[in-house]
Design a protein around this ligand. Structure first.
Ligand SMILES: *[C@@H]1O[C@H](CO)[C@@H](O)[C@H](O)[C@H]1NC(C)=O
Ligand SMILES: *[C@@H]1O[C@H](CO)[C@@H](O)[C@H](O)[C@H]1NC(C)=O
Length: 438
């Protein structure tokens, strides 16, 4: 349903402006918050500090995803944005907005919708370090009327003076944004070398923003599946309705991850493919079983809290995986059956199964674990994708208990996998990859 609306809407927008533009394929770098390119980079943090902080942030991300999935189609306007608590993101991206292009550093949020930035004069905005985007200095800026499709797609969009679409978002933690919905050109680097300009991208130009936003970011780019997300709005301009990403392991601070739109992003080689559905902003898969090398197979129930068409959300903005209590306890049993290392305790008590790992020889004792999705799509994950260091000599299974909430396939499991979303056929493909060189 969502994808149909999305395509109809984007095609209508495309018909107005895309006559001259060629179908494109291009990529955007995903900047991990802890990489040296990020303004959040902390020189004194160790890889252990970073892993621990990421696990901690996961709990917040998972809770927001669950809240949104379970109150989907809800009445409260704040529902749609309650999951975007701005400081628990994992990736940033640079967007070049307007004519001439103006760079903003935005939070890349896979589970949310609207693209927004703070705009001049922003007298009631959180204080950002970078200069504000000024719509008056961009020749391509336009406001959107209240009866436009992007305006109607927003949860809470009062009609402003002169019929201009306005939005007011309130976050669960008391943070707020509001402003005017406009359209702009976005400029991207194409795989062909010359920059690609995509016109008429709907975005929120904030006149107010307050709360826990960090001044080191100037906005947010929703990468989810809803009609006003960046991904959905780019689709009609692409040479293929497809995007993919490849996430470098957290231990590789120098390399960068990216998201590739269009045909250049198609997952090639030795891949497996599983059907995908879209629910609200989320991409949903059906996980059938989990197989622990050398031990047994854990079946996964077909239904899950908050989902109608599958049993797990695939998300790049949550670090650890979240599985239902019963599945997790069976998995813990199977893993502890094959691992001959002393048990340890997660000092933060977020991950249920940890071991004392004294060195490389001990690491070798951790098993590969296979996630088998519908359609015989078996994704075999190495110990580096399924275990995270939580303390000195303590390594934990990167799976937490979702309790009665919605299961999530997180980003640690997706490291060094090329993950492709075919929006025409509605399927997701996985292939092993060295994301640093893709
Ligand atoms: C940087 O990391 C160190 C070590 O984990 C920590 O003590 C410090 O508070 C961090 N600084 C900031 C600004 O987050
Ligand atoms: C280690 O923990 C697992 C899971 O809680 C448990 O099944 C197992 O008996 C424990 N092993 C030892 C030696 O305590």
């Amino acid at each position: 349903m969502t994808i149909l609306i999305l395509l109809a809407l984007s095609m209508a927008a495309a018909a107005m402006t895309m006559t001259a533009a060629a179908a494109a394929s291009f990529s955007i770098e995903l900047i991990h918050r802890d990489s040296p390119k990020s303004p959040f980079y902390n020189h004194s943090a160790t890889s252990l500090d970073r892993a621990r902080a990421a696990i901690y942030r996961s709990a917040h991300q998972a809770r927001r995803i669950a809240a949104r999935a379970q109150r989907r189609g809800g009445i409260e306007p704040s529902d749609v944005v309650s999951k975007v608590v701005p400081d628990s993101f994992e990736y940033l991206m640079e967007l070049r907005l307007g004519t001439p292009p103006f760079s903003i550093l935005a939070i890349a949020d896979t589970g949310s919708d609207l693209i927004w930035t703070n705009c001049v004069p922003c007298t009631k905005c959180y204080k950002q370090t970078a200069p504000l985007f000024d719509p008056a200095s961009s020749s391509s800026y336009r406001t959107l009327p209240c009866d436009s499709n992007p305006c109607k797609a927003l949860p809470h969009s009062p009609c402003g003076a002169g019929g201009t679409c306005e939005y007011q978002y309130a976050y669960a933690d008391g943070s707020k944004i509001d402003g005017v919905l406009g359209t702009e050109d976005l400029t991207f680097d194409s795989s062909a070398g010359t920059p690609v300009v995509i016109s008429n991208i709907a975005f929120g130009c904030n006149s107010q923003s307050s709360g826990v936003f960090s001044g080191r970011t100037a906005g947010l780019a929703g990468l989810g599946a809803s009609p006003v997300s960046l991904a959905s709005q780019l689709v009609p301009s692409l040479d293929k309705k497809y995007f993919s990403y490849c996430l470098v392991p957290m231990s590789d601070a120098q390399a960068s991850s990216k998201v590739i739109f269009g045909s250049a992003g198609v997952v090639a080689g030795d891949k497996v493919t599983t059907p995908m559905t879209v629910e609200d902003s989320f991409f949903v898969l059906r996980l059938e079983e989990i197989i622990v090398d050398g031990a047994g197979t854990v079946p996964v129930p077909a239904s899950a809290t908050g989902l109608k068409t599958g049993n797990i959300i695939i998300d790049s903005g949550t670090t650890v995986n979240y599985l239902p209590t019963g599945v997790l306890s069976s998995l813990v049993q199977e893993v502890s059956r094959v691992v001959s290392l002393p048990n340890a305790t997660d000092p933060d008590r977020l991950l249920p199964l940890c071991f004392t790992v004294a060195g490389e020889a001990d690491r070798q004792k951790l098993p590969f674990i296979t996630f088998k999705f519908a359609g015989e799509a078996s994704v075999r994950l190495s110990p580096t994708s399924m275990f995270m260091q939580e303390a000195n000599q303590v390594v934990c299974l990167a799976v937490a208990d979702t309790g009665s909430d919605t299961p999530i396939l997180g980003n640690v499991a997706q490291q060094n996998l090329h993950v492709g979303y075919d929006l025409d056929v509605k399927e997701v493909s996985f292939a092993s990859a060295d994301c640093a060189t893709l």
